[in-house]
Ligand binder design. Structure first.
Ligand SMILES: [Zn+2]
Length: 327
């Protein structure tokens, strides 16, 4: 579905097979004609993109630049098809390159890490198989594409005669970039800031593999704190409607994280616990298909408790246990 935000600046909502619903791509009628993010690789998403472009007098072949905000399949899925048809240049943060240029190998590397990590954190075989199945499903929803231009924190790009600043905001994904226009106070926040759902700080493998696991919720909290210091009139998001009250939403998130961390701490009952058990207690009603999300949420809050000195980790027989610091 097409929504015109301002002259030359349009939102294209593309269908996804995920609970979150449509993902937002943006078409900017600038030189070069730019699309930001591009939906999953399904016939439905491809058709919607083509139909909405037609309404504006364009075809996929007219796209000259495809800007990718982060590596998740609902944002990169159609990139291969778009580039094949149009020859568009792909722009993104360097962190996303392995996911775009060698998705199968990168996903396999990620699975190797998560399987070992989850096993050590008490996730049973049956749940691991479920996680593997959903990972295989994801690989079908995105193609392979070469990145032409990388952008990093502090870079800028020109859209419709105005300079947009690149902010690297790891958290929801390590390579997440937001674009900010300081004169109009507009932000393209992708999944970094969403209006109707919380932005999950998903577990990611360390890159390179031998380094330490990223603490994505801690990254995320640091980065929304930074966003809250900017003057933002409106943030156009990766899913759903725009946000007009960024600062108060960020404040509400901080309160929420603290409450959830307190609740999680309360679940220990003074005993050593594993990530999987804590996840089941923290999210008793959430479907097993959402396990990656709930494990990520729980781990993020354990990282938060650890940062604040309230819990620590211990390893016994290759199994990781978390326990209150004062036990
Ligand atoms: Zn995402």
């Amino acid at each position: 579905m097409l929504t015109t935000i301002s002259p030359g600046f349009h939102r294209i909502a593309l269908p996804t097979p995920f609970a979150v619903g449509d993902v937002n791509a943006y078409l900017i009628e600038t030189e070069p004609l730019t699309v930001i993010d591009c939906g999953v690789r399904t016939p439905q998403a491809r058709q919607t993109l083509a139909d909405d472009l037609t309404q504006l007098g364009y075809t996929v072949r007219d796209i000259r630049r495809l800007f990718i905000t982060h590596h998740h399949v609902d944002h990169v899925g159609l990139a291969e098809d778009i580039v094949r048809e149009s020859g568009a240049q792909v722009w993104t943060h360097p962190f996303n390159c392995p996911w775009l240029e060698a998705p199968d190998q990168t996903r396999a590397m990620s699975s190797t890490f998560t399987e070992k990590f989850f096993r050590a954190n008490g996730v049973p075989d049956e749940a691991l198989r479920l996680l593997d199945t959903s990972n295989r499903f994801l690989t079908k929803l995105a193609g392979t594409v070469k990145v032409d231009v990388t952008v990093e924190e502090g870079d800028s790009l020109d859209l419709l005669g105005r300079t947009w600043q690149v902010y690297h905001t790891p958290g929801h994904a390590g390579g997440m970039v937001c674009l900010y226009q300081p004169d109009t106070c507009m932000m393209l926040s992708s999944d970094h800031l969403l209006r109707d759902v919380s932005s999950n700080a998903l577990i990611e493998p360390p890159m390179p593999p031998e380094t330490e696991r990223p603490r994505r919720l801690l990254d995320y909290i640091r980065e929304i704190e930074r966003m809250a210091k900017l003057e933002i009139e409106v943030a156009h998001t990766g899913h759903g409607e725009p946000i007009y009250d960024v600062r108060s939403r960020v404040t509400a998130r901080f309160v929420f994280y603290q409450q959830r961390a307190d609740k999680l701490y309360g679940l220990f009952g003074g005993q050593p616990q594993q990530l999987y058990t804590l996840t089941q207690h923290l999210f008793p009603k959430i479907a097993s298909s959402e396990l990656y999300l709930t494990l990520s949420e729980t781990l993020g809050h354990l990282d938060l408790l650890e940062r604040d000195g309230r819990v620590k980790q211990e390893v016994h027989n290759e199994m990781t246990y978390w326990l209150p610091s004062d036990t």
